[in-house]
Design a protein around this ligand. Structure first.
Ligand SMILES: [Zn+2]
Length: 213
């Protein structure tokens, strides 16, 4: 009897999954879930992002500018970057329902070439949280011709710095759900060279954004 019940339940589960299976979509530059649906915030409410207290004040205008660049293309507010207060929790990006931009003074040795990383958490096709890490261990940052920080690691302090606006622009693309796109001058290219002032969206980025925003 128990065995029969188990079989029946399994069958019901399978049927319900098939009945609800969503339709696969074109990726349009976005990360897709296991069903092939594009993931994004699916909301008109701007994404509230906090800035960790470790991020120097001098980086805030660059962060706001990067958000503004995406918003100009979308024609609406996408981000609510909180500047009235700072996030003061531990420098430990994790799933906590708070979107935070972290400046990391330590970074995995085997990923030292990575300038930044964005963790995106989603349920179904809807993003629930995104955290940005900026690698201040291996890289120094500049903006508008001014050096803002030098690499925390002594052996990397003399290396060429990275445009913080260009880096945040790329990571914010991930926050919105975009994946890497190499070529076409995209700001979502996998690599950002030191000294590259890539602060304008390419046509490909604008087209991609409009699929979801
Ligand atoms: Zn990336």
């Amino acid at each position: 009897m128990l065995k029969w019940l188990g079989t029946a339940l399994v069958l019901i589960t399978v049927i319900s999954i098939q009945a609800c299976a969503p339709k696969s979509q074109e990726d349009c530059g976005f990360v897709q879930n296991v069903y092939g649906e594009r993931i994004s915030w699916k909301s008109d409410v701007p994404v509230t992002m906090y800035i960790h207290a470790q991020v120097p004040d001098s980086m805030i205008p660059a962060i706001l500018k990067a958000a503004d660049t995406w918003e100009k293309t979308a024609g609406r507010k996408l981000f609510n970057i909180v500047t009235s207060t700072r996030y003061t929790g531990p420098i430990n990006p994790h799933k906590d329902s708070v979107n935070v931009i972290y400046l990391m003074s330590s970074w995995e040795d085997n990923r030292a070439s990575e300038q930044g990383r964005t963790s995106v958490y989603w349920i179904g096709d809807q993003i629930k949280e995104a955290d940005i890490r900026l690698n201040a261990a291996d890289f120094g940052f500049y903006w508008n011709g001014q050096t803002l920080t030098r690499a925390a690691k002594a052996d990397r302090q003399g290396s060429a710095p990275v445009n913080i606006e260009a880096l945040v622009l790329h990571e914010m693309g991930h926050v919105l759900g975009l994946k890497h796109k190499d070529g076409a001058g995209s700001v979502m290219a996998t690599y950002l060279a030191s000294g590259d002032d890539r602060v304008n969206l390419a046509g490909a980025d604008q087209t991609a954004l409009q699929c979801e925003y």
